[in-house]
Structure formats: structure tokens, C-alpha cells
Design a binder for this molecule. Structure first.
Ligand code: HEC
Length: 130
């Protein structure tokens, strides 16, 4: 009888621990993979993060093919081509809709807060070709 009570107790403890642990695992997962507001602006990569933004919003008007016709002559579909815009502050100025700059994109639909933060961070890091 004593042995049975002991093993029942052990079972209960194991079950309790299991519940506790699975609860913790869930919390940790939530912390590790937040669904929103996940904007990592440390060591921003030109090829992995900046190009996709430009590609989806800006290249319509600013590539070799489109820049002359509808981009006001502004072409920046390569790192070498965008570097002067980054260095001069023009790139940040236009996407921030700052006073004294043409707001880009001209549609008036500003880039997301995260994409603006990524561009800012990349420019502040010296606009590396990484
Ligand atoms: C619908 C076409 C179009 C799209 C899309 C577009 N642009 Fe432009 N962009 C223009 C035109 C036209 C000009 C030249 C006239 C002007 O400066 O307003 C220009 C000018 C610029 C300039 C030069 C501004 C200056 O003062 O010399 C920069 C930099 C620029 N765009 C960046 C961007 C970026 C970054 C995006 C994407 C977030 C973008 N553009 C999206 C049409 C576009």
C-alpha cells in the first residue's frame, strides 16, 4: 500500500511538472517569435533587406529601364547607383517625407515604420554593400 501511494505521488508530481514546463515553453516561444513589431535594425543588409524594399516600391520608376522615362532621371537599381543618394541624405529625406524633399513614393503611401527604420539604420551605418 505504501508503495502504491508513493508511486501515485510520483505520478502526480511528474504530471504537475509537465503542465508547468509546457506552460513555460509556450511563454518562451511567444517571446522568441513575436508576431508583430519584430523589426531588427541591427546590421541591416543591403541585399537582403534594402533591395527588397526598393524592388517592391521604388524600382517601378527608378531602374535603368524606367528611371529616365518616369523616375525623373533618378536611377538606383544597384549599390553603386544608390550610394550617392544615401550619402547625401536625399534617400532618407524623400522616404521620410521631410520638408524640402519630394515625398517618395509619389503615391503618398509612405513606407512602413519598420522599412523606414531599416533604411535609416543602413544609411547611418554608411550604406554598406553587404
Ligand atoms: C511613380 C514613380 C515613382 C516611384 C514609385 C518612386 N519615385 Fe522617386 N522619383 C520619381 C520622379 C518622377 C522623381 C523626380 C521628380 C521629383 O524629384 O519629384 C523622383 C525622384 C526621386 C529621388 C531624387 C529626389 C531629389 O531631390 O533629387 C529620389 C532619391 C527618389 N525619387 C527615391 C525614391 C524612392 C526611395 C522610392 C521608393 C520608396 C521612389 N523614389 C519611388 C518617381 C517615382
Amino acid at each position: 500500500m505504501k508503495i502504491m501511494i508513493k508511486s501515485l505521488l510520483a505520478l502526480a508530481v511528474v504530471a504537475g511538472l509537465n503542465l508547468l514546463l509546457s506552460g513555460c515553453a509556450y511563454n518562451v516561444e511567444e517571446e522568441l517569435y513575436p508576431t508583430q513589431n519584430d523589426c531588427d535594425t541591427v546590421a541591416v543588409s543591403y541585399s537582403m533587406q534594402i533591395v527588397p524594399i526598393l524592388e517592391s516600391v521604388c524600382y517601378t520608376c527608378h531602374t535603368e529601364d524606367t528611371g529616365i522615362l518616369i523616375g525623373g532621371g533618378n536611377i538606383f537599381d544597384s549599390h553603386a547607383a544608390i550610394l550617392p543618394y544615401a550619402d547625401s541624405g536625399t534617400l532618407v529625406c524623400v522616404v521620410e517625407f521631410a520638408a524640402g524633399c519630394s515625398a517618395m513614393p509619389p503615391s503618398g503611401e509612405q513606407l512602413s515604420t519598420c522599412n523606414l527604420a531599416l533604411i535609416n539604420s543602413w544609411v547611418n551605418n554608411g550604406a554598406p554593400n553587404n
